[in-house]
Design a protein around this ligand. Sequence first.
Ligand code: MG
Length: 330
Amino acid sequence: LVTVQVSAAGQTGFGYTYATSAAADMIRSMLAPRLRETDALDIPSLWLEMRNAIRNNGETGVAMMAVAAVDNALWDLKAKLLNVPLATLWGRARPKVEIYGSGGFTSYSPEQMQTQLGGWAADGIRHVKMKVGRHPADDAERVRFARRVIGRDVSLMVDANGGYSRKQALAMAETFAQDGVIWFEEPVHHQDHQGLRLIRDRAPAGMEISAGEYGYHITDFRRLLEDGAVDVLQADATRCGTTGFLEVAALCEAYRIPLSSHCAPYLHVPLGCAATQFRHIEYFHDHVRIEQRFMDGAAPPRQGCLKPDLSRPGNGLDLKMRDLEPYRIA
Ligand SMILES: [Mg+2]
């Protein structure tokens, strides 16, 4: 977790990303000096300035995650300076956002799978996602087990993290469909757009293909859509920034493709309310643990939804610095 605090006119904005500590070094050495004595309300200008600053390191990966963390903090700051929640600043297409439980790691024992996936289902979460693709020979049985654990009424989603070959993924899609899997994420490598398109066109009816978590710039997302690679586009504001996420939301509207957020669940609550084509938030187990423990305002979901707290200006999240201090590494 790389956190950013940025101040102007007596207010402090908070943003973050999940990245290597190298991102923190880049923020300190390359981005922070460029933001001094600028207008905190002119985020487009600061966005361009930061992207220029990292250009020679590549407008992607760690460098872009550094920009994203600062951009996320700048949006929190702007809303605080205007004394409104981000959900009000952008306006809402919906008052709350549906989540899906995301975990089901390939390292889990059957008991762990049962506790986690079954627990989400019991808590009223209507969709759950599990990992596949690491040990393909075990996947059919693991998926069948997950279906038994969650019952018939909860949607089952799988994420292969690009672990299959094209034809293997096609065969797995047929197998997973027998257990009612309705979402197949990164069946093949995320850069293999033609492979994604192949699976998308030939997967059983009712099974959506998704990708987008490795998008850093709007161009990455545009290419996925131009290539017809996905039924649902994913985006992650800890990688493409809040500014980038808002751009992607407009792109999804233009293509009439649903948008689902990746990881960092609480950061995406106001974005999910604002984006017209928004589907759901990934309630990712590892990040849920971090955010609920170390961020004030990260309230548990209710009836499978997260809702912005309209009494809190900004993104509604405050870092519990004292609790985090023992874990500081940079
Ligand atoms: Mg994924």
